[in-house]
Design a protein around this ligand. Sequence first.
Ligand code: SF4
Ligand code: SF4
Length: 233
Amino acid sequence: MEIKADVCNGCGQCVIVCPVQAIKMVQKKAFIDKDLCVECSVCYRSADCPVNAIRMKKLKWPREIRIPFSNVITTHKITGIAGRGTEEMKTNDVTNRYHFGEFGVSIELGRPGLGTRLGNIELFTTKFAEIGVIYEEKSPVTALIIDGKGHINEEIKNERVLSAIIEFKIPTEKLARILKVIREIENEIDTVFSVGIVSRIEENNTDEIINQLSQLGFDVRPNAKINIGLGKP
Ligand code: SF4
Ligand code: SF4
């Protein structure tokens, strides 16, 4: 994204809408900090620039990788889907992605206001490689992992994006090890992240995830959410 300084009238509209505070006013002209900008195109689409000073530039590799992880209306070239993750994990009753004896796990790195470097993904994936997890094939993050040791391409590590979602499944007995690793990374990482875990309710109405999290010392307060909609055939 770029702003034509000779056209900008300094109204400040674009500064307000940028989700990562990458636009600053310098001498009454809007200026984009290229390092902070995640290429989400919110300024282009929502600032309603009165003089049409905001322009979308064609990006080159590796900067172009910022777009599918930041711009919600862009389709990922490799996975063919829009957005930073796959279909919501909470539709598992329809998709049947996670079976009995398995947990689905998602880790969302970065949020509006902070973002994340793609290199943060490797903090998790190199450690998960030692434990053994099965990554979701259609996840844009899975497409970035280049080997069985969880490494990602060196060239893209410094690229900054709005957020990236690591999605995988594990046998239920591996949960404790995964959570231990996540807690260790909490002290190293420079952005926020949230963890989602999916489990199935057993036929006798017990839920393995609640048992395990309670045993691991977590204060579990389940909430129910019911999805009503059209399932896949
Ligand atoms: S919205 Fe347009 S005119 Fe206003 S500060 Fe941003 S670039 Fe300049
Ligand atoms: S493309 Fe997004 S991150 Fe970059 S300046 Fe515009 S609103 Fe900010």
